[in-house]
Design a protein around this ligand. Structure first.
Ligand code: PRP
Length: 215
């Protein structure tokens, strides 16, 4: 391996996506033994042989690290890419973490989506909610930002509907809510810094080709 080669840095969204990503990278011979130690509080991991670095970050911060070039490559959900709207290249759909961004609520709220009524929409994704209601549905709504357990919104009377991720649908079912409209499908995506894509074209293209052959 060339001594002069710079490190390629990966930023991975913490949690399930990171584990899936590491499994996939392992399939193409990219490993990071250091990262497998679950007890470790280390934030950054190195594979000296391949000149790669990996770090875990909060999902919404991944596109930020990649836009600024602190990471060359990131893996994060499409929901986060849409919400953060950073200047990065989205290069690959990794096919896992599949779910849907939906408008959800009690069945009785269906009517409220038909007549351009001023309704309240709670979401962890205020930009996605705004883009959908204002630009696609042409419905002016009041958007309320929440940080989790968004399904509470309609249950406790904070909002009429929510914009949230639906995977199995069980959180909705168990809380008497349902999908009212589907906004878009989601999954884990690989993103790349715009400068890295040119400066490290060969290494990045090789990784992408290898990943594609496994998908
Ligand atoms: C996500 C999402 C839904 C749930 C959907 O929440 O916001 O609440 O998962 O999954 P399901 O359709 O399989 O039930 P997450 O667990 O990430 O936590 P949060 O509610 O705190 O955001």
């Amino acid at each position: 391996m060339n001594e002069e080669m710079r490190y390629l840095t990966f930023a991975l969204g913490k949690g399930r996506l990171a584990n899936k990503t590491l499994e996939l990278l392992e399939e193409i011979g990219i490993t990071c033994e250091e990262m497998k130690d679950k007890e470790s509080r280390k934030l950054i991991f190195v594979n000296e042989e391949l000149k790669l670095k990996f770090f875990l970050a909060k999902g919404p911060d991944v596109p930020t690290y990649v836009e600024y070039g602190a990471a060359d490559i990131g893996v994060v959900g499409k929901d986060t890419i849409m919400e953060e709207n950073r200047k990065v290249y989205e290069v690959l759909d990794l096919g896992f973490g599949k779910c849907r961004m939906c408008v959800c609520g009690p069945a009785s709220a269906k009517e409220l989506l038909k007549h351009h009524e001023m309704i309240r929409v709670a979401s962890k994704y205020p930009k996605i909610a705004k883009e959908y209601f204002y630009n696609q549905k042409h419905q002016t709504v009041d958007i309320i930002k929440l940080n989790g357990s968004v399904e509470l919104g309609p249950i406790v009377g904070l909002s009429d509907v929510i914009v949230d991720i639906v995977e199995t649908g069980s959180t909705l079912r168990e809380n008497g809510l349902e999908v009212l409209e589907e906004i878009c499908p989601l999954s884990a995506r690989m993103i790349v810094n715009q400068v890295s894509m040119k400066m490290e074209a060969e290494r990045i293209q090789n990784i992408l080709q290898a990943l594609k052959s496994k998908l």
